[in-house]
Design a protein around this ligand. Structure first.
Ligand SMILES: [Zn+2]
Ligand SMILES: [Zn+2]
Length: 348
């Protein structure tokens, strides 16, 4: 099978490698379309920790090609169109037992990250991938594979949206309008909020308004906290989502949250420098500060439902589609400010 193999930072090779065999409780999938995540770009740049050689791609749609032994044939059939929850939780630790499998620590120590006798990674950037049957979600064949490939990012955003109570008429601030920021805009609009986006790039701000943002502010023109206070009669925003990786912006996110409001650190922070927080204000204003990582079992299903039922239209986020051979060009375009989601089509 054809696979895009990251051999070292900035070194991709397209190779022909054996198709993996599904073992007990596993299924073999043929990848239809993979989507590039900001994490794939960080992998390419050598900014993440994993073993080489590596086959990335954790956002993808696929077709069931073969069932391994002991897979429930009543529920999964060859030819089913599926997406896969790539979080390989251990099922044993307390996080897993309490239903927080999306933050299981064992996952990032496992073979997806460190594989001494083979390829690390999620294999969305290869023609075939073997996954656990319990991790797949079947979707209707009429749903196009390109939008289905965006289930994972939407599942992460729905996890973020569901963690913060948005009420009708609330002011919601989304910091940053990359693909993840825009998915927050689309979801928050569905909750009946006025959505304010903070974005430095004027073209990206215009696109956020096109997708439904009510107001955009430019944090380079004036202090972002002051601008949000001005727009909300001094109260701040009821809900703030930080989709940027910048520590100073994380601090501002908390500062612009209104009394009894919620602030979610959606993005990972790079570099993860500690920030100064006004703990007294969090106390006296009863502000809720939280974080979310990955999608959960539930939010994957909800994301797929939203895409298949056309509740959330993710299509405008697709900037370009590339062939697997052009993965380097695709990653470079994905890293540029002109793009949102960049896809790699493996098969139809
Ligand atoms: Zn992702
Ligand atoms: Zn676990």
């Amino acid at each position: 099978m054809k696979a895009c193999i990251l051999e070292a930072p900035h070194t991709y090779n397209i190779k022909d490698i054996p198709v993996p065999e599904p073992k007990d409780g596993e299924v073999l999938l043929r990848v239809l379309t993979a989507s590039i995540c900001v994490n794939d770009v960080r992998d390419y740049n050598g900014d993440n920790n994993f073993s080489y050689p590596h086959i990335g791609g954790h956002e993808y749609s696929a077709v069931v090609e073969k069932l391994g032994p002991n897979v429930n044939e009543n529920l999964i059939h060859v030819g089913d169109h599926v997406i896969n929850d790539t979080t390989d939780e251990c099922g044993i630790c307390d996080d897993c037992k309490f239903g927080n499998e999306n933050i299981c620590d064992e996952f990032t120590k496992g073979p997806a990250y460190f594989n001494s006798n083979g390829y690390s990674g999620f294999f969305g950037f290869s023609e075939y991938v073997v996954v656990k049957a319990s991790h797949i979600y079947i979707y209707p064949k009429e749903t196009p594979s390109d939008i289905a490939a965006l289930t994972e990012p939407l599942a992460c955003v729905i996890n973020s949206i569901q963690r913060t109570p948005i009420k009708m008429g609330d002011d919601v601030v989304v910091l940053g309008s990359g693909a993840m920021g825009l998915l927050h805009v689309l979801c928050a609009k569905q909750q009946g909020a006025r959505v304010i986006v903070s974005e430095v790039n004027p073209e990206r701000a215009a696109f956020a308004r096109q997708l439904g943002a009510d107001v955009t502010i430019n944090p380079m023109e004036a202090d972002a906290v002051e601008q949000i206070k001005k727009l909300t009669h001094g109260r701040g925003a009821n809900v703030v989502f930080n989709t940027t990786a910048i520590p100073a912006v994380a601090a501002q996110a908390i500062e612009m949250t209104a009394k009894t409001g919620s602030c979610n650190m959606f993005s990972s922070i790079h570099p993860n420098d500690p920030i100064l927080v006004n703990a007294g204000r969090i106390h006296s204003n009863e502000i809720y500060v939280t974080g979310t990582q990955n999608g959960t079992r539930e939010t994957y299903r909800r994301a797929l439902n939203c895409i298949c039922k056309s509740i959330i239209d993710v299509r405008p986020l697709i900037s370009r589609v590339y062939k697997p051979e052009d993965i380097v060009e695709a990653l470079e375009y994905a890293a540029s400010p002109e793009s949102y989601k960049v896809l790699i089509e493996f098969s139809k």
